[in-house]
Design a protein around this ligand. Structure first.
Ligand SMILES: [Zn+2]
Length: 426
């Protein structure tokens, strides 16, 4: 059994943090963010490097400052708040997530991890922890990639996985490039930052679950687990398919004389779904451009994007093989990412005790990409905590986690950080 630096052995341990410190911070910071970047159609619109994003980043800096944490902005635009000096005493144990959202995104995806990180720091301090290694809170920039189309831009540029030359010319829907967006934000162009990365000895990302693996999970004594530990991230790719036809008049072209690529799109959508079901994969056509896009015009071209993921790469390849005659062009590919198994087992034991389970917390893989996956690929020992999401819905205003589960998430994160920052190394 792994016990925390405070000698704490469970949620009711006599020497643990005063009850409620983490929960109070969770409530207060959640309320701070509740109205920032609300979207007119519901949910949130918090795209990277917009005025709303600047407001969120300023809030992060303020939260760091009121706690006396040292704020560092790395060359890839990510924000770090350090308790202790990672250059003198590091590398440190880092937790955090992101504050940007997809259009119409939920309140939990990203912010729950950042809010819980500050809450865990408050709880550790209230318990009188003197960490042996520095503890950091991070806010990764542009995780969702909603504006410029590339996910995890901040962490990928940081680790060198994404060349700035590839990211900076990308444009948003209004034609503004990432380089211009940074310039208007008063930021220098992005660059890799090996020094910032070297400060991270281990990274723990808490995130709302984006599925239902936990919703019905009970341990052998019937206790329901509010928090799971991640084992890794599924392989994931995005492909573009161009379907060509002949533009013509909707009111004068006989049905048998048309070359309509929207019909081919319908076929693509159905075939993608069928192939995914056969392969046991998840595949989605979620973005489509129809040209010229007139209500009274037969289209000349349709451009569609296929997103495919599965527990194993062969399953993703099976989906794409079923679309081979349409010549899909691969736009991105992320191989399967496995988190450090020893660290996951250690974290699962700590979380299991903290959650009052009879054994370790459940360990689950996820199909959603995360900055944690990018850091894992760069060689950082990484762990993820997932907070139960009763419906599994995410990237939607319906995304939800119960407050009690979020409080359990903070307690689990506090215990894990306490264990790693005071323990026998990571
Ligand atoms: Zn997220």
């Amino acid at each position: 059994m792994t016990s925390g630096p405070t000698g704490r052995t469970g949620p009711t341990g006599p020497t643990g943090p005063p009850p409620g410190v983490g929960a109070r911070t969770l409530d207060r910071l959640t309320a701070d963010l509740a109205d920032v970047g609300r979207a007119p159609g519901g949910g949130y619109a918090r795209s990277a490097w917009t005025p709303v994003d600047h407001e969120l980043r300023a809030w992060f800096v303020e939260q760091a400052q009121v706690r006396g944490l040292d704020v560092v902005v790395d060359r890839a635009g990510n924000l770090w708040a350090w308790w202790g000096d990672p250059d003198a005493q590091g590398p440190g144990v880092v937790t955090g997530s992101h504050l940007d959202s997809v259009p119409g995104g939920g309140a939990f995806d990203g912010p729950l991890g950042v809010v819980s990180a500050f809450a865990a720091v408050d709880a550790l301090r209230a318990a009188g922890l003197a960490p042996r290694v520095p503890v950091g809170v991070v806010c990764f920039a542009d995780e969702e990639g909603a504006r410029f189309g590339l996910a995890c831009t901040g962490s990928r540029v940081l680790t060198g996985a994404l060349a700035p030359d590839r990211a900076l010319p990308l444009t948003d829907a209004d034609g503004t490039s990432l380089a211009d967006a940074l310039r208007s934000a008063g930021r220098p162009p992005l660059a890799a930052d090996p020094e910032a990365l070297a400060r991270v000895g281990a990274f723990v990302e808490l995130h709302v679950e984006q599925g239902r693996a936990l919703a019905d999970h009970e341990d052998r004594t019937g206790v329901r687990a509010p928090v799971a530990v991640g084992s890794g991230i599924w392989p994931h790719g995005r492909w573009r398919v161009d379907l060509h036809g002949r533009a013509d008049h909707a009111g004068t072209t006989p049905m048998d004389r048309r070359s309509d690529p929207v019909l081919d799109l319908a076929d693509l959508v159905v075939r993608t779904r069928d192939a995914a079901v056969r392969a046991g994969a998840l595949a989605t056509v979620g973005k489509v451009l129809v040209e010229p896009g007139g209500v009274n015009a037969i289209a000349s071209r349709v451009r569609a994007w296929v997103d495919a993921r599965a527990p194993h790469e062969e399953q993703v390849h099976e989906v794409l093989a079923a679309l081979a005659d349409l010549a899909p062009r691969r736009e991105s590919w992320t191989p399967a990412t496995s988190f450090d198994a020893d660290l996951a087992a250690r974290v699962a034991r700590v979380v299991g005790v903290e959650s009052g389970l009879a054994g370790a917390a459940p360990v689950v893989a996820t199909g959603a990409g995360h900055d944690a996956g990018v850091l894992a690929v760069a060689g950082v020992p990484v762990a993820m905590l997932f907070v139960r999401n009763p419906t599994g819905v995410s990237h939607s205003p319906e995304e939800h986690a119960e407050r009690d589960d979020c409080v359990a998430g903070v307690a689990a994160l506090t215990a894990v950080l306490g264990d790693l920052a005071a323990g026998d190394g990571t």
